[in-house]
Design a protein around this ligand. Structure first.
Ligand SMILES: [Zn+2]
Length: 178
């Protein structure tokens, strides 16, 4: 079940999530989400992949978030704040990546932050981009990609699955044709 709040993905943030996960496949990508919050919406304006992290398959190295240089320059960027992060769960052999938090992911999710998990798997068929039961999914160039967004509440540390709204993604199939 979704929480009350929804995550709104700007088109450039959506593209960045897709391209980051495709670029390093079959390793994990990760990065931070920048934007702002309104009463019922968390608006993700940018998804910035973390470039210099050591990227090994299936190994979560979350401590880099604490050392991020962007955190020191961010106060100079008007109106944007760090909303949380993202990372991918790529297919490993026959085991398909899933768009949900692992127990390690859950323990590293900071309260008040969102985390978008990107499941990326090989896929021969094409499937139009649409909202699914827990997020957004579709295909791009031989990959099936599913996104799901999570938020850890400060008051009781509960993690909720938030709906991801991205009008651009839903029209994305048209954008891919010519
Ligand atoms: Zn994970």
């Amino acid at each position: 079940m979704y929480g009350d709040t929804e995550i709104f993905l700007a088109d450039r943030a959506f593209l960045s999530l897709l391209l980051s996960s495709v670029e390093v496949y079959k390793r994990e990508c990760h990065g931070i989400l920048l934007g702002f919050k309104t009463t019922r919406r968390i608006i993700v304006e940018y998804a910035i992949p973390f470039q210099t992290a050591e990227r090994k398959f299936n190994e979560v190295i979350p401590n880099w978030k604490k050392e991020l240089k962007v955190k020191t320059v961010l106060p100079n960027l008007v109106h944007l704040q760090i909303l949380g992060g993202f990372h991918s769960h790529p297919q490993f052999g026959k085991k398909r990546g899933e768009a949900k938090l692992s127990s390690t992911d859950k323990s590293y999710l900071e309260e008040g932050n969102i985390e978008i998990v990107i499941a990326i798997n090989d896929e021969k068929k094409t499937c139009p981009w649409a909202e699914t039961g827990n997020g957004l999914a579709g295909t791009i160039g031989g990959y099936h990609i599913a996104l799901a967004g999570f938020y850890k509440r400060a008051k009781d540390q509960k993690i909720a699955n938030y709906r991801i709204v991205c009008p651009y993604a839903v029209g994305f199939d048209y954008a891919l044709k010519k």
